[in-house]
Design a protein around this ligand. Sequence first.
Ligand code: UDP
Ligand code: UDP
Length: 460
Amino acid sequence: MSASGGRKLAHVALLPSAGMGHLTPFLRLAALLVARNVQVTFITPHPTVSLTESQALSTFFASFPQIKQKQFHLLPVEKNSFDPFFNHIELIKSSSHLLPPLLSALTPSLSAFITDMTLASAVIPITQAISLPNYVLFTSSAKMMTLFLSYPTLAGSRVLDDLEETDVIKIRNLELMPKSLVPPPLLQKSDNFLKKSFMEDSGKVTESSGILVNTFVSFEFESLGKINDGEVLERPPAVVAIGPLPPYASEKSRLQLAWLDDQPAGSVLYVSFGSRTALARDQIRELGVGLITSGSRFVWVVKNNIVDKEDSQELEEVIGHELMERINEKGLIVKSWVHQEDILSHPAVGGFLSHCGWNSVMEAAWHGVRILAWPQNGDQKVNADIVERIGLGTWVRSWGWSGEMLVNGAEIAERIRACMGNESLRIQALGIKEDARKAVGFGGSSDKGLTELIGMWNQF
Ligand code: UDP
Ligand code: UDP
């Protein structure tokens, strides 16, 4: 720790996991910490899976010269999963024995270490061995955390089993959770990456010094309360809601959004399924038909491949010539990374057709943009359920998981019209925006949570 005017300042190291959904909240947290005079070392697993991640890192370090970057060179490993991001998580974990020399070389010595829940089982033992306070940043919802923390117990008691009669699961004193919300791999009998990861990481997360979560109290009051009251685990680590993690200035591209600038306030639907979800080709085309038929204006980000580096097809090849021409009359369509922050903060944008990745949910709340939820996989149905219950959006549950059915254009159009025309939803979303801003504003619940943590780190 360094002394500044006689006061000790905390030095915190952050280690993110793979994919923009995990990197972005770490970058935002780092920006928030330096703004509060914490010294930050940001450890970057190298190489990254996507081009977008490496570009985001370059822009970030150029904007925050006071943040120290430490590259963590990963060892090559055999690929076990079909998912390149999951493979990368394995790669980071299996290279973790290289972390101790990297950490001990840091000066001043660290006050705390923050890593992603997906890396907990590999990283927490390392920090425990050197008695370094270790925190986990949980990048999904608190509701998802209830499932994550209780998963080893649930799996042990067979309540998750596919063959069980009941279609709900019971997490101790929590409300029953329909199995239809649970990420399908967690219900499978056969081994898979997500199951293994939940089994290994959950137990280690409970040994951490605390869990930070990108949510806010009024948004997830019940889940946060139940975890901290010991209703999920008997003795949980302290769970501190610090969200929504606000976007930092250089996340804005400052590109001219000329087309958006010309649209009436609140009239445009933004359509995106996040950084790593590609819809099937026939579903992409039905979505195109739905957007045109809805009569709404739209900005549509088409994703044709999980990893950007592997996507060489032109947009017109994906969409088809005729559909492409019709789309160009009504909206803006792109097949590249966009700065979601630019779009959600634009006054013309009034709705978000979203897969409900947790960052997207928090960003919609931050900007008060109503959501039409179309979860595809993973934690997204749990998140969509939260969105619907809190009144930030609507969700057509019958659309199922990705690939379960082909949702036709006419139905998509009808749901878009209903969402964009829903005045009470628009007003509710604006109320949620106010709550989100209050939570991170001076004296708000998330502000207080982070201030207390930093106070503790300053003492260490
Ligand atoms: N994002 C973006 N531009 C895109 C796609 C995604 O800026 O074209 C950002 C989005 O704002 C969010 C993150 O990437 O911060 C995606 O995280 P999320 O949890 O929403 O979904 P995931 O990509 O992990 O499924
Ligand atoms: N997850 C996890 N451990 C892993 C991989 C994923 O805890 O090794 C979490 C993930 O962050 C989310 C849920 O499991 O809460 C479902 O993961 P998904 O397939 O959506 O991947 P993500 O895009 O969130 O990494």
